[in-house]
Design a protein around this ligand. Structure first.
Ligand code: IFM
Length: 466
């Protein structure tokens, strides 16, 4: 069933502070990822990823939810591209499913899997929407996990091969490529905290995984540039930790340093500066967890990039812990939060963008994700069934204003992708957390744009027409 129309209903007012700092050619987009929306888990030759295995492991995901069907985007893609078009967005960031394109993570391309992305890219271009393809948004083929996963060096080479296949097939029409989404989550949450696939809990495996993800990134950048028929723009997306000490006490300040080292500098320093931070190496050494660097790795990792993607949702206020990573989060219970519950702290985005500019140079920056889960099922719904998510509108307005302030302070931020186009499978939280601009009724798969979708449409319009 087609979604409720986004026309011609006007949105809630767009405050000028939300868009004043953004240029007329700013890129306005929305983002999703393959496992979170596609479904069709066993169709057209796709094999299992670590998230298929993990989500079918009892107790791993809330309510036993999994991505077998998700938003059924694999079968409803034209309707979903229509939603983007109705919202007048310039760009769509999606991810390619590795086990759909290269089942098992080895060997030849799967033509039927690639055909889906061919159709998606063509549909986007036909509607004037620029595709931004992420190569890895956490769905490692299960066979590669069985062979050691990201802690095994070979996975980096497998990833580069897959990246080349994707770039050769789609790079005649896709210009913007993102190698990895949030390697912090793949490495730390997947191999140390055990709350994401593959659910392992081993500190040295986490830093091995981080190193091989970064090596895979560097090799993939080279493959994309070698294989794409047209000159690509290639970047990587991080979700740097914005770490604040719980107090001025030296031990809290030290905990924040460790959180920053593990959550931010572990990734950005090698990718941008070609080295791991000395203080981080000293932290890791007692746990036999220094990254397994071989000759040439750091040069391979530090490929020149065309842009950096930044995902931001919240800050992390920390104090010490006796665990190997050395810090724990202190919930900010007296502050407003989203349904996750993550503290709402837009100033952290301004600080993060200006810090990246200061410490990592003047690469163009794109906000490749920002958004919020709220309890939409408890929000008011208007007569057309539209969720009146005023809390999400306020979140978006405040964070866009924070981007404008970062630009005024010199950060070269060129675009903003809202997470997410539609409600979807929120990893270990299953379908309980709704981040979408568009509401999805999972029983009927009916899509209904929320008030925030219309607001983002009008914010983009306001920014373009000033
Ligand atoms: O849903 C995720 C996304 O897959 C990666 N970044 C954070 C989002 C919200 O948790």
């Amino acid at each position: 069933m087609t979604a409720a129309s986004t026309e011609p209903v006007p949105s809630a007012p767009v405050p000028s502070e939300a868009v004043d700092g953004l240029p007329v050619d700013f890129v306005w987009g929305a983002a999703t990822s393959a496992y979170q929306i596609e479904g069709a888990a066993a169709e057209d030759g796709r094999t299992a990823s670590i998230w298929d295995t993990f989500s079918h492991t009892p107790g791993a995901v809330a309510d036993g939810d999994h991505g077998d069907v998700a938003c059924d985007h694999y079968h409803r893609m034209p309707e979903d591209v229509g939603l983007l078009a109705d919202l007048g967005l310039d760009a769509y960031r999606f991810s390619l499913s590795w086990p759909r394109i290269q089942p098992g993570g080895k060997g030849p391309a799967n033509a039927r899997g690639l055909a889906f992305y061919d159709r998606l890219v063509d549909e986007l271009l036909a509607k004037g929407i620029t595709p931004w393809a992420t190569l890895y948004h956490w769905d490692l083929p299960q066979e590669l996990e069985d062979a050691g996963g990201w802690p095994a060096r070979d996975t980096a080479y497998r990833f580069a091969e897959y990246a080349g296949i994707a770039a050769a097939a789609l790079g005649d029409r896709v210009t913007n490529w993102i190698t990895l989404n949030e390697p912090y989550c793949s490495a730390q949450l997947g191999y140390y905290n055990g709350i994401h696939a593959p659910g392992r809990k081993h500190f040295p495996d986490f830093t091995k995984a981080a190193h091989h993800l970064l090596l895979g990134h560097g090799l993939a950048v080279q493959e994309v540039r070698a294989q794409a028929p047209r000159p690509p723009r290639v970047g990587i997306t991080f979700n740097p930790t914005v770490a604040h000490p719980a107090s001025d006490a030296p031990e809290d300040v030290e905990a924040a340093r460790r959180a920053d080292a593990l959550g931010t500098r572990l990734y950005l320093d090698p990718v941008v500066h070609g080295r791991y931070p000395e203080d981080l190496l000293a932290d890791l050494e007692p746990y036999s967890a220094t990254p397994p660097v071989q000759d040439g790795d750091l040069e391979a990792i530090a490929q020149p990039l065309d842009f950096l993607g930044v995902n931001y949702y919240f800050r992390n206020v920390v104090r010490p812990s006796a665990e190997p990573h050395g810090y724990e989060s202190v919930p900010q219970t007296d502050r407003p939060s989203t349904a996750m519950p993550w503290e709402i702290y837009p100033e952290g985005l301004t600080d993060l963008l200006t810090r990246i500019t200061r410490e990592y140079g003047a690469l163009p920056l794109y906000i490749t994700e920002n958004g919020a889960a709220f309890d939409d099922e408890k929000s008011a719904v208007d007569e057309s069934g539209r969720v009146q998510d005023t809390d999400r509108i306020a979140y978006l307005a405040d964070h866009l204003a924070a981007v404008g302030r970062a630009r005024a302070a010199g950060a070269d931020v060129r675009g903003y992708f809202c997470w997410s186009l539609m409600d979807n499978f929120e990893w270990a939280y299953g379908y309980a957390k709704r981040f979408g601009l568009v509401h999805v009724d999972y029983a009927t798969q009916r899509r209904t744009p929320k008030a925030s979708a219309l607001w983002l449409r009008d914010a983009a319009r306001a920014a373009r027409t000033r």
